[in-house]
Design a protein around this ligand. Structure first.
Ligand SMILES: [Mg+2]
Length: 168
């Protein structure tokens, strides 16, 4: 079905619910995170302590970590100050060039990498095009950049069909 390209492989309500054992079993060794409304509200400059701790825990568990955002250099670099992971700004999602570059730097492949994001037309589509496992979170808050806001209506339609099909 045409819509499948936008569907997540795994749906979670927040990044704190990632099925880490399942991911490891699948051979996932690296996680690529969207920032805005995935690990922080789009208008909050720095990560909460809980996110800093989550990243530290993931690193201890052996995951390579990356943040990949369509947002600006200033936004992404300031946000990464407390995380200190591979950080890529202006990533051009759903384009996959920067995502491929990120995997190259981390030394992982589409089979061993998962992408985590909150949007079907940017994050999920990008991840699927590059052949990654795609994990979708519910958006952290309902404030959105204008450019995102216009997509949310169509996004809800896609997710309605997804939930009807996979029943969550
Ligand atoms: Mg986002």
């Amino acid at each position: 079905m045409l819509l499948e390209r936008f569907f997540p492989d795994i749906y979670i309500r927040s990044v704190f619910e990632m099925p880490l054992a399942e991911l490891k079993e699948k051979g996932i060794r690296a996680l690529v995170f969207d920032i805005d409304n995935t690990i922080a509200p789009f208008d909050v400059a720095e990560p909460e302590e809980s996110i800093v701790e989550l990243f530290a825990m993931l690193r201890r568990q052996g995951f390579r970590l990356c943040i990949l955002s369509n947002n600006t250099k200033e936004r992404v670099h300031l946000f990464n100050r407390k995380l200190g992971v591979l950080a890529i700004h202006k990533s051009g999602k759903p384009g996959i060039k920067k995502l491929r570059r990120a995997m190259e730097i981390m030394g992982t492949t589409p089979e061993s990498t998962a992408l985590v994001g909150d949007q079907v037309f940017t994050d999920m589509w990008c991840g699927h095009r590059a052949g990654l496992t795609c994990i979708m979170t519910a958006p952290i808050c309902n404030r959105d950049q204008l450019v995102t806001k216009v997509k949310r209506g169509a996004e809800r339609q896609v997710m309605r069909i997804y939930f009807r099909k996979y029943g969550k």
